[in-house]
Design a protein. Structure first.
Length: 94
């Protein structure tokens, strides 16, 4: 599906203190993957099978980051959350 939707986001001056986020994952178990997808959909939208984007407050994204370890298996799964704001951050598990 191709859309013409354009999201304008300035890292130098983000709107209303929000951050732009890219979430990338590689999950072995389908059951675990589906739980993670359900969680992430509450924060952003899917752009590829294992990639989501979101524009949200840092507090909400940090809340998401603290929920992820309760779902995934850090021994066999990996999740990366790239947070773009005035200060670039990468959060990872696995």
């Amino acid at each position: 599906m191709i859309t013409n939707e354009t999201v304008k986001f300035s890292i130098i001056d983000p709107p209303d203190g929000k951050v732009f986020v890219i979430i990338v994952y590689d999950i072995v178990s389908t059951k675990v993957r589906n739980k993670l997808i359900k969680l992430i959909k509450a924060y952003g939208f899917r752009v590829q099978k294992s990639v989501f984007e979101a524009v949200s407050t840092l507090d909400k994204i940090e809340s998401l980051c603290y929920k992820i370890p309760n779902i995934v298996n850090s021994e066999e799964d990996s999740v990366f959350v790239y947070i773009f704001s005035k200060d670039f951050k990468v959060w990872s598990i696995g």
